[in-house]
Design a protein around this ligand. Structure first.
Ligand SMILES: *Cc1c(COP(=O)(O)O)cnc(C)c1O
Length: 374
């Protein structure tokens, strides 16, 4: 019997009544765009993350795009980021005709290496986008310090890390600007597309608010800056409101599932067959992915597939090697660690409600693989 990589139906069944009630409320008032649930969700997000301002938006990609627009990123401006992320991180920089500058990652957390950032700064550098990959925040204090020395903006791409902490502060509240995604398979997912932007000052919030609605100012049909349709729809906000009270427990369950893998795969890591995920002592992860490194990924993946176990690769190609990025101005510094890592990473099934029997099957199959493939 095959097991799923992510199963969203288990939680839906558990929360069916609350979700249905929330959806019904929206259908009854029929304010499908910018209805009362939008503001209600934003208040909850703000409170949960601890950020002074939160703005929902269409998705995690538009969140990045709008955050960059709010920083007035211009063509030719340089934005330093990691090469090892989902394409949206760099794509949004290139869409604005700015220049993504890729620097290497940390070999244990896979997040951007702060000392590599420092070496990449030029007079054209305007911003840094660290990604909190697989759910663990990047080394944000070091990054903040560098940004302050050089007068740069930091935008945390927290699409995978909603709820994670860094020195007891939540992802989204670790830099002047941060974004997240509510794509269904992310740790906190709605039932379609959605996202949010967090910021720390009222001026940026006002700007983002305008950008989200075609640059409209206080007066309807007065458009004072270029913007877009970047709104999150009311129904999706309603679904997240139903899920919100349960999210702290989801985070605990994800941690529990990760701990179970960590404990039971430890022996293979001691024997240096695999590299397990590493979460720093001052961080907690939202465990968007449970990603290990294996020496021979194609054979590992096909062995597990035969056993009915799906795996995924986040990500098989560096963004700096993607044609879409290469067709526009970009810079790549030394990326030797990122290059090695992207050949070896493989993600195992993980979600809050993953049955332990499924995890046992994954673990047993991995041991079996290494028994037969030394
Ligand atoms: C998912 C993801 C995004 C994009 O989010 P969408 O809501 O799918 O647009 C951006 N950055 C990272 C790191 C992601 O994982």
């Amino acid at each position: 019997m095959a097991i799923p990589f992510v199963d969203l139906k288990i939680q839906y069944e558990e929360l069916k009544e609350e979700i249905t009630q929330r959806i019904q409320n929206v259908l009854n008032h029929s304010q499908f765009i910018l209805g009362p649930e939008v503001k209600e969700l934003e208040e909850k997000l703000k409170e949960f993350v601890g950020s002074p301002y939160a703005l929902t938006c269409s998705n995690g990609t538009d969140a990045l795009l709008m955050a960059l627009m709010a920083c007035d990123i211009q063509p030719g401006d340089e934005v330093i980021t990691t090469p090892f992320s989902f394409i949206a991180t760099a794509e949004t920089i290139s869409l604005l005709k700015a220049v993504p500058v890729f620097v290497d990652i940390d070999p244990q957390t896979y997040n951007i290496n702060p000392s590599a950032i420092e070496k990449a700064i030029t007079p054209k550098t305007k911003a840094i986008i660290p990604v909190s990959l697989y759910g663990q925040p990047a080394e944000m204090d070091d990054i903040q310090q560098i940004s302050q020395q050089h007068n740069l903006t930091v935008i945390e791409d927290g699409a995978q890390s909603f709820g994670a902490t860094y020195k007891k502060r939540r992802s989204g509240n670790l830099s002047p600007l941060a974004t997240t995604s509510f794509f269904p398979a992310k740790p906190f997912g709605c039932y379609g597309d959605g996202g949010a932007i967090f910021c720390s000052d009222s001026e940026t919030y006002e700007k983002l608010h305008q950008i989200r609605n075609h640059g409209q100012g206080k007066v309807r049909y007065e458009h004072i800056r270029l913007g877009m349709n970047g709104r999150m729809n009311t129904l999706q906000c309603a679904i997240l409101l139903a899920k919100f009270p349960h999210y702290p427990q989801d985070l605990e369950l994800r941690q529990k599932a990760a701990d179970y893998y960590l404990k039971n795969l430890e022996e293979l890591s001691f024997k240096e067959k695999i590299q397990l995920p590493y979460v720093k002592p001052h961080c907690s992860s939202a465990w968007a992915q449970f990603t290990i490194q294996v020496p021979n990924r194609p054979s590992f993946q096909s062995f597990l597939k035969e056993k009915g176990i799906p795996t995924a690769v986040h990500y098989p190609k560096l963004m700096s090697d993607q044609p879409s990025i290469q067709n526009h101005p970009f810079k790549a510094l030394d990326l030797s660690i990122a290059k090695q890592v992207c050949e070896k990473v493989v993600s195992l099934p993980i979600y809050a409600q993953i049955p332990q029997t499924h995890q046992d099957k994954v673990i047993e199959s991995i041991y079996e693989y290494f028994k037969t493939h030394s």
